[in-house]
Design a protein. Structure first.
Length: 269
């Protein structure tokens, strides 16, 4: 009787062992398959990221007309396609080397690329003098052997082209204004001030001329004069947001200069 009971127990244990094996194998296969699927998904994701990172600028159209190239380049700038814009503006100046606006726009496109590159590297865009730049509020460090940036080359060519225009027509206030802008982009603030003062005297009703002059005056720390100029703009157009922004900077600068300075007769008793 004991032998029969023992045989039955052994048989039951063997049956249970075989019954459990398929379930364990199934779970193992499911786990392995999940791991394979996960790895495949990660591989696909990484592949997509690589493709995005390696995305190159779109090929640009070939132009035979400089004006068409200039118009297309401006559109690309508006779309933040700065590298494509550079290639189009380069076509414009190649077709028409005397086209001042094309040189200036090329300078703008290059400066945007250079600024973006500096931001990505955690650097401040290079400058050529020690004036405080109105866009950054920081002072440039003197450089022993300054590197000539592509934007500076383009603005330099634009300056020469605008100067030729003004030489032929001294009453061209737009060319005079753009001469001031070129000097400003080249960090030659004193020359920019002189050119923009002349432009505003030629066309006192231009808001743009006065705003640009106000920005230069801020760079030169002539805050009180900047405040007066920018207030003129807002009197002409109270909704000019750009003038409001520069006026805020000029006013803040003026307050810093006068902070702690006693008013006339304050110490007299």
């Amino acid at each position: 009787m004991n032998k029969i009971f023992t045989i039955l127990l052994v048989s039951g244990a063997i049956s249970m062992q075989f019954a459990c094996k398929p379930e364990t194998a199934s779970n193992s296969n499911n786990t392995n398959q999940s791991a394979v699927n996960s790895n495949a998904e990660n591989a696909n994701s990484n592949s997509v990221n690589v493709n995005v990172a390696k995305k190159e600028p779109e090929p640009v159209k070939e132009f035979t007309d400089a004006n068409e190239a200039l118009t297309e380049g401006k559109k690309l700038l508006d779309l933040d396609k700065n590298k494509e814009a550079v290639e189009v503006f380069k076509q414009a100046v190649k077709i028409s080397p005397e086209m001042a606006d094309a040189h200036f726009q090329l300078g703008l496109a290059y400066s945007l690329i250079e600024s973006e590159k500096a931001d990505n590297q955690g650097l401040e865009p290079e400058k050529k003098d020690a004036n405080t730049n109105v866009n950054t509020g920081k002072k440039a460090k003197p450089v022993a052997t300054p590197k000539v940036l592509e934007s500076e080359k383009a603005f330099g060519e634009a300056l020469k082209a605008y100067q030729k225009i003004i030489a032929k027509n001294p009453k061209d206030d737009i060319a005079q204004y753009n001469i001031g802008r070129c000097y400003f982009k080249l960090f030659k603030d004193k020359e920019a001030e002189a050119a923009l003062r002349k432009a505003t005297s030629m066309n006192p009703k231009s808001e743009d001329y006065k705003i640009e002059l106000g920005a230069v005056m801020i760079n030169l720390t002539k805050y009180k004069e900047a405040v007066g100029i920018l207030k003129q703009v807002l009197k002409m157009n109270p909704n000019n947001s750009q003038a409001e922004a520069f006026l805020e900077k000029a006013t803040a600068g003026e307050k810093r200069e006068t902070y702690g300075v006693p008013k006339t007769g304050e110490n007299k008793k």
